[in-house]
Design a protein around this ligand. Structure first.
Ligand SMILES: Nc1nc2c(c(=O)[nH]1)N[C@H]1C(S)=C(S)[C@@H](COP(=O)(O)O)O[C@H]1N2
Ligand SMILES: [Mo]
Length: 460
């Protein structure tokens, strides 16, 4: 199936999901009753329309019951934001906990979540992980039970989509909305979980790696035939204890939306490296190019050099012409307060966003505590600062725990809010001294925008 056809199919599924009305109920302190009522009314109308459909079916309807509408994402929509066909954002303005519950964790799929019914290979008893390649001494096929019998570790780490914060390009950089394409995550394509995994060090020890390995290709091929990510062997080797083949999230087996039965987890790197529905790891002495390191999840723009390639490289479903820019690796330091960003210029406003286009969230006047999250997965958060209306930066208090790199911290800062419009900014600095900048260079896929976010509020 062509990419365009697949996208059209995904959009159609999303329409069904939107119409089923389950995703419209959202409570927020910030939303006026009128706005909320309008959203709920749309949902109710559609639900009734669907409920009446069977009664209008002709008498000679086929004996086969109509199949239930297929859902692109299986998790309940009540605790996530529906921003597109196969994508759900976390409702970051509602985040309170250090660990993100699985139900509130963002989902980023390029295709609908594959189920065991559609893809029997995903059943635990059928699942196999093939580990092979020119740089592997002893190729193996691991079953699910073989994997669980291997030594495993757990790590607490954030996972963040490369496109998280794309909204900041539209809202802050004075763009027309044409320059940057992609989903409107606002700031919620990030969450923190405890991942249980068999480290790459164990995998490598099991199969033996020959000298001269250059690339480790993590491949699914289950949800779409271009879903796999090559990683330089040197990066995998340096992360070999911290990244691995993951089978549990927050203490429970993975659910389908998060890659059941088995996915990769590469802490600190943009989410794409953490390939879901994993079936194959191939280690090779060649450089490898696929969709997710050529024209997807890469920095494309005047500030970014197109990577070098050679005729000897391996191309999977792409050609040298598809190589558009360097792939995103580590996610940069970022921060937010738990207030929904005003969406004014963004090309789209998610259907169940708590604010309508241009609507400014309201806070009551008086003593407030502004709360937020900051993360800097490569080196860990050193400090977080907040400033109001362009005034002096003030240190926020970082609330324990702070587990260092890979994890986020929660912070808070007191504010005596006076009536009127205000702008609140947050800035994280990591332990290497890297600080969120005022602006980041444009890239056309809107990757990794880590500029200081500006939260507009109206105090009444
Ligand atoms: N097979 C497969 N793996 C995938 C993807 C996908 O579409 N297919 N999306 C990637 C992207 S872009 C991200 S951000 C993470 C998201 O993981 P999550 O949905 O569990 O939050 O999965 C990655 N792994
Ligand atoms: Mo992503």
């Amino acid at each position: 199936m062509s990419e365009r056809k697949q996208r059209a199919e995904a959009d159609q599924i999303a329409q069904t999901v939107l119409k089923d009305g389950t995703n419209t109920q959202r409570r927020s302190l910030f939303v006026s009753a009128a706005a909320f009522g309008a959203a709920a009314a749309i949902g109710t109308g559609s639900t009734q329309a669907l409920a009446q459909a069977p009664a209008q079916a002709p008498a000679q309807a086929p004996a086969q019951p109509a199949p239930a509408p297929r859902r692109a994402i299986l998790k309940d929509d009540s605790r996530v934001l529906n921003i597109g066909a196969t994508v759900r954002s976390g409702n970051y303005w509602n985040f309170k906990t250090f660990m993100t519950p699985v139900e509130e964790f963002y989902v980023r799929n390029h295709y609908p979540t594959p189920t065991v019914e559609q893809r029997p290979v995903l059943a635990r008893e059928n699942w196999k992980l093939r580990i092979h390649g020119t740089s592997v001494e002893r190729p193996v096929d691991l079953s699910y039970n073989d994997l669980l019998a291997m030594p495993s570790r757990t790590i607490i780490a954030t996972m963040e989509c490369h496109g998280n914060g794309r909204t900041l390009f539209w809202e802050q950089d004075g763009l027309t909305g044409q320059e940057v394409a992609g989903g409107n995550w606002v700031l919620g394509a990030v969450g923190q979980a405890e991942w249980q995994y068999v480290p790459m060090s164990e995998i490598f020890a099991r199969v033996g790696i020959k000298p001269g390995a250059r690339t480790v290709l993590f491949w699914s091929g289950v949800d779409g035939n271009d879903m796999g990510r090559p990683m330089p062997y040197s990066d995998v080797a340096s992360l070999q204890h911290d990244m691995g083949v993951c089978f549990a999230m927050n203490g429970n087996p993975l659910i389908p939306d998060h890659g059941a039965p088995v996915r990769m987890v590469v802490p600190g790197w943009g989410g794409t490296a953490s390939i879901k529905w994993l079936t194959e790891i191939r280690v090779t002495d060649k450089r490898v190019w696929a969709r997710l390191n050529t024209r997807g999840e890469v920095y494309i723009g005047p500030s970014y050099a197109r990577p070098e390639f050679s005729a000897d490289d391996e191309f999977i479903g792409v050609t040298a012409d598809d190589i558009k820019g360097p792939m995103v690796t580590w996610m940069p330091p970022k921060s937010f307060i738990t207030v929904p960003l005003v969406l004014e210029k963004s090309p789209s406003v998610p259907a169940n966003y708590p604010l309508q286009r241009g609507q400014v969230p309201r806070l009551s006047a008086g003593q407030q505590t502004l709360r937020g999250y900051a993360w800097a997965p490569q080196h860990g958060v050193r400090n977080v600062e907040v400033r109001i209306d362009g005034g002096a930066w003030q240190q926020a208090a970082i609330r324990p725990p702070n587990l260092g790199k890979y994890t986020w911290v929660r912070f808070d800062v007191p504010w005596n809010a006076t009536a009127g419009q205000h702008v609140i900014e947050t800035r994280a600095t990591d332990t290497a001294g890297t600080q969120q900048p005022e602006k980041v260079p444009l890239n056309t896929l809107g990757m990794a925008n880590w500029a200081i976010p500006k939260f507009r509020v109206e105090v009444v």
